[in-house]
Design a protein. Structure first.
Length: 488
């Protein structure tokens, strides 16, 4: 028996323009500027009002306008275009968008970075100060190439011997490579080319001027490394028959060492991350003031040249097929330019409205910078306030920074879940983490508090949370377990 049924399915499909708008909203300032420049290059009908107009003489591919869905695949005839819609009698087109809440004096220009010598190149340059045979130099350079960005060689000597034979045609032995490694380990920064942390610390200690504390530190790292890393200080005191003050001096010397000698190099090849705040919050006469970075508010307008082309077509008595094709292309480019200008305006409004809602929601925090005053806040709270979708708020929060009187912050850091205190009030998990940091900072470092004791102390302060939650928050704060926080 056949059974027929009728089902209704409601679905929402975003248009290409809506998708592009969402992508624009998600972009942080620097990426947005790059996207803006790409659009200015791709669409000659779009111009930046702050730059001199460029002339575009050739357009080889006029099919770009097909990307816009306004025409649903149908060709609009030139006669059907209302040219007056694309012309403006005013010198300043009424669809030109310009912000007035940001002055040129406040513009945040990024600082240029000086190109330096890379970490590995600096090591190779230092090798030139050593007298080596051609084969020794080749082996030394190969060893330098095997050093990772943190300054370590993570591969065994035997693997390096094999690689030298297979890839460089250099046939040698482990004894020779180990000897050349000793030369490479003389390079700066001290500790470079170590094969593990223990060797890295030893290399640095042996480069120091010998003292009683340095000699003892070398012995501790060389022969009691496991006990030292586990902070079994009582065992070390008994082993070396020394006082706590002597052991404390040894620990101080070791703590001065750099466990990642390559990572501290200023000229290494790691990219420098330069954060440009998207917003600025200031306190003016006790009131919060929000500004959108001026680099997010470009002054864009539609090309006058393109408008004049349409005007010429309008007054032309004879309209050839070539002219009709040209006006079709011009219309598509003008439509695209006008849409992009409007999308930039919507982006600015979305960013400003969203951050403004966050600023007022967390007003107590922004007025004095006390993180314990950050209220529980989730994406839905802000979305409901401003009438936007949660995904839109997420796009703003996840990729944008705000400059505050207390430093530059990633906006998503202001969001947190709520937990109940002993009064039944909602408190932010950020507040609880801050209290946990305070409790740990005030503990007796000779007897650091385990997680269950930390949970008890938080409960005494009005935050009843489980031991496992304390452990989770402690790990999120990059605070080690009690045993590793112990000091002499």
């Amino acid at each position: 028996m056949l059974k027929q049924s009728l089902q209704f399915k409601l679905s929402q499909k975003l248009s290409p323009q809506q998708i592009q708008l969402m992508k624009l909203i998600q972009l942080p300032t620097q990426a947005f500027e790059q996207r803006l420049q790409e659009e200015l290059v791709e669409n000659p009908a779009l111009e930046n009002g702050k730059e001199e107009r460029s002339e575009y003489d050739e357009y080889d591919d006029v099919s770009n306008g097909d990307d816009y869905d306004d025409y649903e695949g149908e060709r609009i005839e030139a006669e059907d275009i209302n040219i007056d819609d694309y012309l403006s009698n005013d010198e300043t087109p009424d669809y030109k968008y310009q912000t007035n809440n940001y002055s040129d004096d406040d513009e945040d220009n990024s600082m240029p970075f000086i190109a330096g010598v890379t970490f590995h190149q600096d090591l190779l340059n230092q090798l030139n100060t050593f007298i080596l045979t051609d084969e020794e130099r080749d082996i030394a350079e190969f060893l330098v190439g095997s050093i990772d960005d943190m300054g370590y060689i993570r591969r065994s000597i035997q693997d390096i011997v094999d690689d030298l034979a297979f890839t460089q045609g250099i046939y040698t032995d482990e004894k020779t490579v180990t000897r050349i490694l000793g030369i490479v380990q003389e390079l700066e920064p001290s500790g470079v080319a170590a094969r593990d942390l223990q060797e890295c610390l030893l290399l640095q200690l042996k480069h120091k001027t010998p003292t009683d504390s340095i000699e003892l530190a070398i012995d501790v790292i060389e022969n009691q490394f496991d006990a030292f890393t586990k902070k079994h200080y009582e065992k070390l005191l008994l082993k070396y028959e020394i006082s706590k003050d002597q052991l404390r001096k040894v620990i101080d010397e070791i703590e001065k060492l750099n466990p990642k000698p390559g990572g501290a190099y200023d000229g290494n090849q790691k990219p420098i991350e330069h954060v440009v705040p998207d917003f600025t919050i200031r306190i003016v006469e006790g009131e919060l003031e929000l500004q959108l970075n001026g680099r997010n508010t470009p002054e864009l307008h539609v090309s006058k040249d393109y408008q004049e082309m349409l005007q010429s077509y309008k007054v032309s008595s004879e309209k050839s097929n070539a002219q009709k094709d040209a006006v079709q292309f011009i219309k598509q480019k003008l439509d695209s330019a006008k849409w992009f200008i409007d999308a930039i305006r919507q982006r600015q409004e979305t960013l400003y409205v969203t951050m403004n809602a966050i600023m007022h929601y967390q007003e107590e925090y922004f007025l004095d910078g006390d993180e314990t005053k950050l209220k529980p806040m989730i994406l839905k709270d802000i979305a409901d306030l401003i009438g936007l979708d949660i995904s839109t708020v997420s796009r703003v929060a996840n990729s944008k920074y705000v400059e505050t009187p207390y430093g530059t912050k990633l906006i998503k850091e202001f969001f947190s879940e709520a937990m109940k205190n002993d009064q039944g009030e909602d408190v932010s998990t950020i507040e609880i983490k801050k209290i946990l940091e305070v409790v740990i900072s005030e503990e007796d470092k000779k007897k650091p508090l385990p997680d269950d004791k930390l949970a008890e102390m938080l409960k005494e302060r009005g935050y009843p949370i489980a031991r496992r939650t304390v452990a989770k928050y402690r790990e999120q704060l990059d605070i080690p377990v009690a045993r590793l926080r112990k000091e002499i």
